[in-house]
Ligand binder design. Structure first.
Ligand SMILES: CC(C)(COP(=O)(O)OP(=O)(O)OC[C@H]1O[C@@H](n2cnc3c(N)ncnc32)[C@H](O)[C@@H]1OP(=O)(O)O)[C@@H](O)C(=O)NCCC(=O)NCCS
Length: 149
């Protein structure tokens, strides 16, 4: 990434990494759902190590969970110094986005169910269900505290 995306400390601004992760997740959500999908929520974004100017950044992404019209998409971000191809890739960030597939009118549309094929995919599905349960419980608690039905 270039100096244009740097923050005052001279590292890459976290928002640039969020954007990159969102774009990758969007492409994956679009592929899984066979059409447009929009970001509904960023459930969690963890920055594990700084990204430096000049780093080569790679993103890896998959659909972890699919509901009726929404999907949880996980993203892993790795870097490698541009001038040291022998160095090991460094895991610098992880994120979980919720995307909703939409039709031409912007209304939610059905997404294909997910069929996990191995232990890793089954683990990702279980963990996505835990995050979803926490999101819903938090919303319910806040709604109740505000006196919303
Ligand atoms: C996302 C959006 C299409 C949802 O529309 P909606 O009418 O509120 O949808 P519904 O209440 O019927 O929910 C549809 C699905 O979205 C999920 N959803 C909606 N808002 C959500 C949120 N904030 N977080 C997580 N999931 C959400 C629901 O759980 C539901 O999932 P399911 O179908 O798998 O059960 C709508 O809120 C929207 O267009 N938001 C703007 C998206 C956007 O522009 N993103 C780019 C940011 S600039």
């Amino acid at each position: 990434m270039s100096a244009r995306e740097a923050n005052l400390l001279g590292n890459i601004h976290g928002g640039e990494i969020v954007k990159l992760a969102d774009q990758t997740a969007g492409a994956v959500a679009q592929r899984h759902s066979g059409g447009p999908a929009v970001t509904a929520a960023l459930d969690e974004m963890a920055f594990l190590a700084p990204v430096h100017v000049g780093d080569i950044v790679r993103t890896f992404s998959q659909v972890n969970w699919a509901g009726t019209s929404s999907m949880e998409v996980g993203v892993r971000v790795e870097t490698q110094p541009w001038n040291d191809p022998s160095s090991a890739a460094l895991h610098v960030a992880s994120a979980y986005f919720v995307f909703v597939a939409i039709d031409a009118e912007g209304r939610p549309r059905l997404v294909p169910p997910l069929a996990p094929e191995d232990d890793t995919e089954r683990r990702r599905l279980r963990e996505a269900e835990i995050r979803r349960a926490h999101r819903l419980a938090r919303k319910q608690e806040i709604d109740a505290a505000r006196g919303r039905p």
